[in-house]
Design a protein around this ligand. Sequence first.
Ligand code: ZN
Length: 590
Amino acid sequence: MALLLAMMLGGALACFCKEPWEFFALHAFDHLDNLDKQAEPARLCEVSVLYATGVGVCQYMGLPEKEPWESIKADTKKYVHHAKSLGIPVVLGYLCSTSIVNLETFDRNWSEEFRSQFNTPPKDWLQQDEHGKPLPSWYGGDYNPACMNHPDWRKYQKYMVKMQLELGMDGIFFDNPTVHEKGCYCPCCMEGFLRYLKSEGIEVTDTSLENLRRLAKGKGEVFKKFRCTIARDFFAEVRDYAKSLHPQAIITANNSLNLPEVLFSQCHQYAYNIKEMSKAQDFVVIEDMRTAPRTTADGKVYEMGPVYSLLNAILGGKPLVAVTIADSDYHTPPNLTNLAIFEGFAHQTNYMLWPTWQEQYRDKMMQAVRPFVLWLQKHKGLFEQSQPRQDVLLYFPFEQWVHNKECKELDITRELRRRNIQFGVASEENFEEAFKNATIIIATHQDFTPSSQKNSILKLCEMHKKHFIEVKNTSFVKEVEKCLTTPSIKLQSDGSIRGILRDTPDGVILFLYNLGVEKVSSYEDKVFSVSSVSVSVRIPSYKVSKITLSIPDREQTIATYELDQLDPKYSYLKFLIPELPLSTILTVVF
Ligand SMILES: [Zn+2]
């Protein structure tokens, strides 16, 4: 009885322990141009995490005079309270990690008491070139980039964090954690660089600022790696501080990734190393600017799923949140919004909505998005009980970024997804567990040696009798298909359909979605339904008791199917879907 009670309590606790930002949760920005404070449409679309501007603008523009400042704070407090009273569990404030605008007037409204806590004036907080001169902002204009390593800038940020928590915010979304592309050579960064060199076992005898700057210029790769720890360390200190005030306080950031292709190159350019930064965030936000899943009028297919697979392998289990838009248009029409939410869901990724719709379109958007999200929420439990099917394992050594600006693994995941080959991704950290269960392993180089191993990936595959494929060009797929005689999914349809299979405790669950949706305008799209989709799924059973096809407004049983037994354990289950407009979830119970 006691054991049963403990199990029941354990189950209940496990349920309550889940945080509102974890998968599956919809996140939303509540401001765009002249539209802000969109808590109502966000709540109606079942948003759990709202990103509000609040007092963030005052942080980088400089604090206002006392009276307007008090009024802005009171207004923010009221809005946070309002958003929460609607039922939105988490409201985040905004801060820019690096921007100071109008340096000359930035501190003009500071009281003497406020000023006295800083050892240096704001003009000393800026990122510097190798001669100690302030670096201009990548934004141009009146922006000046502050250095995330400067103790006074950190102190100023902590003041803004504390105040926003006091106004009722649950945490902070940090924008632009950017290190200048020329690299910051300020004295604080050079001190940090010296510590980094020591941690890498590199001895330095002359520790003068001049010599450290010279060393930084000369040590390309080491300096690049050090730069990628600056934002991480900044978040870590601010996060510790926030959690010391409120144990539940959340810190997250804009991890950039304006395009999937820049996964490696953004580490080189602006030191946006998602893996490093993720270590000091509660969850990780990426902000794509044009790859929202869709097909263009000239037939080009965009998708984000392949990069989600790579990212989820390097975040150490932290939840991933993605903003995807098309053609840099912050408005996304209804079907394309739902397609993006579904693609994220199928890849265990939370979607970031932009519910800043112009009034005349608001109802139309809410009527499309809300039932879709409720439908996915209904399947969340089954998703969590399931495991992704993996016919192929891709080894993704992210730390190779330092030698490469191009991430070849992205092309591989795109090719595998396009052909509906079920794959998993293992990075250095989660290699062992993934390798144990894999039969076919691919990598871009046979000599890669996972950090926990003594042998190369090729040698490991030989030792454990696994099939290894070194990817030199796109023809690797032919070799994969040759080895994979009984793939988990076979789809007969046009190339716009993607299928993702997961094994549940008593069956399988198949997520199917159609990328054949075209953007017509900010609020209109065109769906090209696919008819007669023939599906074959390899299942670990020779009997089926029920197949359910679910779409947002209805569920139906598929009564007509065939079962071809492959061996004592596996069969191919074959059935036909008469029409697939956007997406469907198929649940098979054995
Ligand atoms: Zn610096």
